[in-house]
Design a protein around this ligand. Structure first.
Ligand code: AMP
Length: 449
């Protein structure tokens, strides 16, 4: 399929061509023609699938025909975070460079006066976080009666962040005749209800199953304890020769501590979280994007939708409390056909969260013990793939190993990551209480390095 077949105009095609894109991604192929036909669309797609362009490209076409009036934006995109808003704005700059569309960002943490001045001049595209938009609306600084296209991006994240009442409020003040597009990586019941309430006969397009994780992401689970977690993480970073990674923490307070720790170990690591000033967040993210440092330690909220490609690794320093965050997190690696690795560190109190993740992704994550082999992760050892999910050790139940499984695990041992069970046998350690196989007193090899 070629972009030319989707119904986009010359100027937009030229901008796409400038980006070097040769063909539309599946979500673009499905969504763009529908949006150009003025249909309401529900798009089930994760970040990394090209979903932002799937709505920005047709919106540029739709909006190219008119002119904005003061304080009356012609389209509205709601996003959960400022970073995501900035990325969407970047998309409009990139794909709309041969059009004369005015856009404005209404996000918290930046000067409201400047935003109001911009609105006064008239904008075609308004990209906003729900709180700031309602704030300005309630002050009478903005009129929403001319909105032709309304986009709710990352709806499931909006739900996690408690934005659904705000979205309902905003949707109910928009003109009835608008076109509405909703994008979400997953479709929990609340979001389903939202689509029924605010979209008119929507067409649903989906590029992944809601609970799927990318096939080309190798997923590993390490049972450890909170005191050792940082050391274990540093060991794997060294072992896998990690060049670029997201490291997710559940708590903001851990982000600074972990970045200091990794920095002290000689790693180029920086933290990103919601308590940082907006300017600092933008600067940090841009520096990461520009490869000025290697490891970005962040919270789910801060990282949501941040578009950085070519990530070799994702680390879940903590098992996410919300199982769906696991899918979002590890979606940062294994993009564009590349193989990526996702490591998750779990402590014994995390059993229920690991169970929830495994139930959602419908498979068990391969339990590994980090070893100190010399093998680097530059190219993923083929043998890693040989350990399939059915044959791996279980963290919750003692499992008999078949001969075939033993053989696979031996091959696996040759490549620097060691199956937990085998290691327990070697050291005489027993799985700890409750059947959890932790490190116990079995010190990982890399501590000796
Ligand atoms: P998104 O899913 O919107 O976060 O997009 C992920 C990345 O895919 C962004 O860096 C886009 O620049 C890139 N992208 C979007 N559409 C295409 C395409 N058709 N071909 C190649 N890359 C694309």
């Amino acid at each position: 399929m070629l972009f030319e077949k989707l119904g986009l105009g010359e100027k937009t095609l030229k901008a796409i061509n400038d980006c070097g894109y040769t063909q539309p991604t599946p979500i673009q192929e499905k969504a763009i023609p529908l949006i150009l036909m003025s249909r309401d669309v529900v798009g089930l797609a994760q970040t990394g699938t090209g979903k932002t362009a799937s709505f920005t490209l047709p919106m540029i076409e739709i909006l190219s025909g008119g002119r904005a009036k003061a304080r009356m934006p012609r389209s509205l995109i709601l996003t959960p975070t400022r970073e995501l808003a900035a990325q969407i704005a970047e998309n409009f700059d990139t794909y709309g460079k041969y059009h004369n569309l005015e856009k404005a960002l209404l996000v918290g943490g930046t000067s409201m006066d400047k935003q109001i001045q911009k609105l006064d001049r008239g904008v075609d595209v308004l990209i906003a976080t729900p709180g700031r938009l309602l704030d300005l609306f309630e002050r009478g600084k903005i009129l929403l009666t001319d909105i032709k296209v309304f986009v709710i991006d990352e709806a499931d994240r909006m739900l996690d962040m408690g934005f659904i009442p705000d979205i309902e409020k905003i949707a109910s003040i928009l003109p009835f005749s608008r076109q509405t597009l909703l994008f979400s990586a997953t479709m929990p019941p609340v979001i389903r209800k939202l689509t029924e309430k605010f979209l008119s006969n929507p067409k649903e397009v989906s590029v992944t199953l809601p609970s799927s994780t990318a096939e080309n992401v190798e997923q590993f689970l390490v049972w450890t304890d909170s005191k050792r977690k940082m050391e274990v993480l540093a060991g794997i970073i060294k072992q896998d020769n990690v060049k670029n990674a997201f490291i997710f923490c559940n708590r903001k307070r851990d982000i600074d501590g972990l970045s200091k720790f990794l920095f002290s170990r000689g790693y180029a690591a920086k933290g990103l979280h919601g308590d940082m000033a907006q300017a600092k967040r933008t600067e940090t993210f841009q520096a990461f994007k520009d490869s000025e440092f290697d490891l970005l330690i962040c919270s789910d909220v801060a990282a949501r939708g941040l578009d950085v490609s070519n990530m070799s690794h994702v680390f879940n320093f903590d098992v996410p409390f919300n199982a769906e965050d696991y899918i979002h997190r590890i979606g940062r690696t294994g993009r564009a056909g590349k193989v990526g690795r996702a490591w998750t560190f779990a402590c014994k109190d995390d059993v229920k969260f690991v169970d929830a993740v495994e139930a959602l992704i419908k498979k068990k994550i391969t339990v590994q013990k980090a070893g100190g082999g010399k093998n680097s992760f530059g190219s993923v050892p083929k043998t890693v793939k040989a350990v399939d999910n059915k044959s791996k050790a279980s963290h919750s139940k003692g499992q008999e190993k078949s001969k075939g499984q033993e053989k696979k695990q031996k091959t696996f041992k040759a490549c620097s990551v060691k199956p937990v069970k085998q290691e327990c046998k070697k050291s005489g350690n027993k799985p700890s209480q409750g059947g959890i196989q932790g490190f116990g007193s079995d010190i990982p090899d890399f501590f000796d390095n």
